[in-house]
Structure formats: C-alpha cells, structure tokens
Design a protein around this ligand. Structure first.
Ligand code: MIG
Length: 665
C-alpha cells in the first residue's frame, strides 16, 4: 500500500509521473516537527535501514548521517555524507517494515541513528515536501511497489553488456586503434572504447578535434566493423566562446542559467569559462538534447554525461573576490589561522555552496533559485538526452549513463559510480552500492573497475574484474596521471582473458536477469537479508550478494588473500571456474565456510533447484550464442526451472511474451 502526504507547496520533480491522491491525516510511523522541518522515527535496537542509492558505507545504512546533495567528490571516504546522486528512498526493516520516499529536490538529511542511535530523522531545508509511505508483505515487496511508482528503468542495448575500456583520455584515434588491436591480438574480449574530454575541440561539447580524430564518422565505422562501439563523454558546461554555435545559439535563445539580474551565470569547468544550459526548462532541455544529433549522425550509439551535479571549478565572481582577498595577504605573517584562511580561500573556490545560490532556472515561467532544485540538474541533463534519443532515434536503444542523478532519472539512463580510487575497500563499496541503487531504480550501473584515482596494481584489477563481470556496466576506467591499467599493461594475460571471458559466458544469464529486473520492478542484486530475513547471520552479511534468481556471489576484496569466508544461508553448489578452463563443483552445507579463491579463480554459488544458462563465450557480444546454452545447475530433490529472457538486444518490443522461455531440468 502506498500513501502520499504533502507538506507545503510541492516542487515538481517528475520523479513520479502518476501521483496517487494525497492522504488526509497524519503520516504513520513518524513524528513531524514542522518548525525544524523534520520527521523522526524511533528505531528498535534490531532495526535495519536500507536504501539511499549511491552512497558510502554499508548496505545497512544505520549509524551514519547522509545528505542528499549531488556532489562532485572524488574521495569516497567513510566520513562523506553525499556522492553524486540524491536517492531519497529508504526501507526500515524490523518489528515494523515500511519504505519512505521523500520527493524533494533540495538538500535533505537522513540521520540514520547518527546523532542518537535509536532515532531516524529526516530533515529538509525547505518545508515543501511530497512524502510517500509504502507498506508491503516484506522488504522486496515494498521495493517492488516503489519501483512501480517511479516507472520502468532505462534499458541499455545488448552491446553495452560487453567489456568496455576507458581512460582519461585516449588522445588520438590511433591510440584507440591500438587499444582495440591489443585486446583483439591477446584474445581479450572487448565491445567498447570510451572517449573522454580530449576527443573534443578544446572541451567544447558536440565538437570533434579534427586533428586528433579526423573523419570521425569513418573512424566510428571502422571501429564498428571490429564490433567496437565508441562512447564519447558529454559535459554539463558549455564553453563561452564567440563563434561556437552551441554557445551562441543557447545565449541568443536565453537557454542558459542566469544570475538574479538576468545576465548569464558564468562558471568555470574544463574549458575554463562555461555556461550551464537550463536543464530544468523544457525548451532548453529539448534544445540541449537535440545537440546529441551531431554525434548520433556520425554513427555514435552511446554517451556518458559528466560533471552534471553540476560541478563548478570556480565562478567568475568568486574568483575575482578571492584574488582581491589574496592580495591582502601579501607581506603578512601567516600564522596558523591566517594560513588556513589563505588556503581555504583557494580550496573553497570549487563546488562552493554559496555559488549554487547565485543562479536561477526558468521552470514554466517561474524563476527558481538553483539550490532549491539542485538535485534535479544531472537528472534533467540525462533526461534531455533520453528524450532526444526517443525523438531522433526512436527505433534504437542508445547507451546512456550519467554521473549525477535523482530518482526519476533511472527512466532515461543508468549511472556509473563516479570517481572511486584504486583501493581494495572500493571493490567492497562497489558491491554494496549495487543493491542500494537497484532499490532506487538504477539497474544499469557499475563502478570504474581497477579504480579511477590512485595507482592500481595487477592483483587489484584481477580481483575487481572478478566482481565487475557481474555488473551490467563493466568498464575499466582510470584518471589522467595514474598508472595505466588496460589489462595488457600487466603480465597475467591468461588470468585476464579467463576472467573477462567469463563475463561473455555469463551473458545469457546476466542479460536475462537484468531484463526481468527492469520489466518486473525487481532488484537484480539483493542483500542476503532480503531473501533470508529469518536467518540471523544472513541479515548482517555485507560482502556477498544474490544475483538474480539463482546465484550468490562473494568476491575477494582483500590484497594477498587466498580466499575468504563465505556464509551460506542454505545448502548451495559452489562452482569454481579455473584459469585452465576446468570447472570444479562442490555441494556445501549451510553455514560458514572458508573458500579458497586464487587470483584467477571465479567462484559462484548456485541455489538449490536453480539453473544458470551460460554461453560458450566470445570476443564481443556479437559473437555470443544466446541460443545454444550450457547450464550450471544444482538440482536437489526436484526440478529446476529457469525463466530465460532473451530478445535481440536492440529492438524495443520488450514486453513481447516470445522473449521468455521456460527451461526445466
Ligand atoms: O573531474 O572527464 O568522473 O570519469 O574521466 C574530472 C574527465 C572530470 C570526471 C569523471 C571521470 C572523467 C573525468 N571527469
């Protein structure tokens, strides 16, 4: 059951397209304090709280304070409160079970037992909220109802389930050719290469550097002949430059965000001074979306949207002030406080909260200050693209994933998990975000495998890939200046070939589970707690996940480990895929086990009476045979049944019943 409560004047977010009627009376479970703009729920000692999508810390969010404030923060540390997305959905699981979604586009705080261990407190920065309370049979049912409310998740093309290689940046077409050639020569599967900001002409959206990427359409075609998709990045800021058509047209039509006095708001990002298209204004959004045509026309079929929190390096106005203030430090003795003030002035230039109060959107003729709707910006940039793809390429699935997001954006694209680091702990963080994101509708997602910032190591890449082969987005990406991490930079080619190769063997199952999760409003990745709520060990497991119907995964995320402890909530079949191509199977009883997992092993656990369809693999998605399947199965006293979803991966007749086949063994 879903009940909706409205407080104040609701700001339109379109997270929910068809809203239920508002409820009279008081909201259940919570105590409301209008003055403090907060809702409190008193938690039992054993209550667990799930949700909040893209965030730091555990699957169970209890014990920390989170803030919904889309932020460009490349340090995904335990003490952070927000990352790039704002996903205001939580489920309380304990004596009572209910879900809450706060549809509110400004800054919101979820204090989940941080200030007081027993108190869950949601605080808004403005008393204009649309709040939904959802009750159901169990946690899974609550999530399913929520997903039904927010609408069907974005569906990616099949090729986007292949392995992708990225780097900030491949500087020339020849560098890209070389990446492809190396993978093909070594027999390492590959389906896409990502183009970061340097493919553009001096960081101008919807341009191409003709010197480094000449004849782009021709180059794109050449790549496609090798079954490689090129995926260019698009940034939120449009360069301020005379003679640049996107800038000039946007300015002339008034499509950029403006300051209070009506002049354009100028912030600096990659190209230096840039303007933000007013993504919250329908006309401007349509216009921005139409710009993607420039690349679609050259044969591009996928994009990633970046810097759309929006990230700000500095604003023109603040920089001027800071430079003036810095002048006053000349010739002074910088004691502790003065020195901190000095460095603070410079570090405070970026993503400064005050700057988000300096510009305005035009929403249906109403002037709205940005900070009140901050969390909708990235969402609407991606919506601009998604809506444009429907207009421009109605019969095609176009790959789209974004950095910033809000619930609702899940209908237009996936997300990647942002600028993580080549840290072992970030393998685990990647795993933990999967179910939280699935709860909020983000199914096409994954992290920068191998780690974005910091120098990586060979063993880290191997271990991370062993998780990454299961996430819908499987992309190796790293930052400028860090150690290169394409797999061919290392030595263990047999290991990499084996692990990435397994991705292509699992594809029939992964794609099938992905499509079912999307079409049925279910989660592709679930914490053990969701399926084994009565099992007092299972409910606390934070480093294993259920993947679809029949699998459990338990990747290694510690350096130099030769294996790990795994908890089995029931008897399962363990299957170990070894680098020499052999497979070992063993039935393990319910309970705790230490499982040996060498650096090149991939281990999965099959639930009783389940089947996992597998292919014989391939060098790209196009090679994979989704019809002649092999199975790993665990039949324990009975029959194993699998509902196999398969379509051609490019058309949009998703609901056609012919795509589903029931396999029995
Ligand atoms: O902050 O375009 O998250 O994936 O490589 C740097 C350069 C801007 C941030 C993205 C990252 C990308 C990088 N961008």
């Amino acid at each position: 059951m879903i009940r909706r409560y409205v407080y104040g004047k609701v700001m339109e977010t379109e997270a929910i397209m068809e809203k239920p009627q508002c409820q009279e009376g008081t909201i259940p479970y919570f105590t409301v304090d209008e003055e403090k703009m907060s809702f409190s729920f008193s938690m039992e000692e054993s209550d667990r709280v799930y949700g909040l999508g893209e965030n730091v810390r555990g699957i169970n969010k209890r014990g920390w304070i989170y803030e919904s404030k889309c932020s460009d923060d490349p340090n995904h540390l335990e003490d952070r409160r927000s990352l790039y997305g704002a996903h205001n959905f939580i489920v309380v699981d304990g004596k009572v079970q209910f879900g809450v979604f706060v549809d509110y586009p400004g800054i919101l705080t979820f204090d989940v037992g941080y200030t007081r261990h027993s108190e869950l407190k949601i605080t808004a920065s403005d008393w204009n909220l649309d709040v939904y309370v959802i009750e159901g049979e169990d946690v899974k049912d609550i999530v399913k109802q929520f997903r039904g409310l927010i609408g069907r998740s974005y569906i990616a093309p099949l090729w986007a389930f292949g392995y992708g290689q990225s780097r900030w940046s491949y500087m020339t077409a020849d560098e890209v050719r070389d990446v492809v050639k190396k993978h093909r020569e070594l027999g390492i599967p590959l389906d896409s290469v990502y183009l970061d900001i340097d493919y553009m002409e001096r960081y101008k959206d919807f341009t191409l550097n003709d010197e480094t990427f000449p004849d782009f359409a021709e180059f794109n075609k050449e790549m496609k002949e090798q079954n490689i998709h090129l995926v260019p990045i698009i940034d939120a800021g449009v360069k301020q430059e005379e003679g640049y058509p996107v800038y000039e047209e946007g300015l002339e039509k008034g499509y950029f965000c403006k300051k209070e006095d009506g002049t354009p708001f100028v912030a600096a990002v990659w190209p230096g001074k840039a303007l933000f298209p007013d993504m919250l204004n329908k006309e401007a959004r349509d216009w921005f979306g139409d710009q993607y045509k420039f690349l679609l026309d050259q044969g591009v079929e996928g994009f990633w949207n970046d810097m759309n929190e929006p990230a700000i390096f500095y604003t023109e106005d603040r920089l001027k002030d800071v430079l003036e203030k810095l002048d006053t430090f000349k010739g002074k003795n910088l004691d502790l406080n003065r020195f901190w003030e000095f460095t603070g002035l410079v570090s405070g230039l970026s993503n400064n909260v005050e700057d988000y109060k300096m510009f305005y959107h035009n929403i249906n003729g109403e002037k709205v200050r940005h900070d009140r709707v901050h969390n909708l910006f990235g969402y609407n940039m991606t919506r601009a693209a998604g809506e444009a793809f429907e207009r421009l390429e109605p019969d095609k699935r176009i790959l789209m994933f974004s950095r910033s997001s809000y619930v609702g954006m899940h209908r237009y694209g996936g997300i990647w998990q942002g600028d993580n680091k080549s840290w072992w702990s970030h393998i685990l963080l990647n795993l933990k975000m999967m179910p939280s994101l699935n709860m909020c509708g983000f199914i096409y997602t994954g992290a920068d495998l191998g780690g974005f910032g910091s120098d990586t190591t060979e063993d880290l890449v191997l271990r991370w890939l062993a998780l990454g082969i299961f996430t819908p987005l499987m992309r190796n990406h790293s930052a400028m200046g860090t150690r290169v991490q394409e797999v061919y930079r290392f030595e263990n080619m047999d290991g990499f070939r084996h692990i990435i190769g397994l991705r292509y063997r699992f594809l029939p199952y992964l794609y099938s589970e992905y499509m079912k999760a999307v079409l049925r409003d279910e989660m592709m990745f679930r914490p053990l707690a969701f399926d084994y709520p009565q099992d007092s060990h299972a409910v606390n497991v934070e480093d294993q996940l259920l993947l679809g119907d029949g699998l459990m995964i338990a990747p290694v995320y510690e350096q130099n480990a030769e294996g790990r402890y795994v908890y089995l909530p029931e008897k399962m079949k363990m299957v170990r895929f070894k680098v020499d191509g052999t497979t070992e199977e063993e039935i393990l009883e319910a309970g705790h086990h230490y499982v040996n997992i060498s650096l090149t092993d991939v281990v999965v656990f099959v639930r009783p009476n389940h089947l996992i369809p597998m292919s014989s693999g391939g060098q790209c998605v196009e090679d994979v045979d989704f019809e002649n399947l092999q199975y790993i199965s665990y039949i324990d006293n009975g029959e194993a049944v699998y509902e196999y979803y398969h379509d051609n991966g490019y058309e949009k007749d998703y609901e056609n019943p012919e795509h589903i086949r029931v396999i029995r063994m």
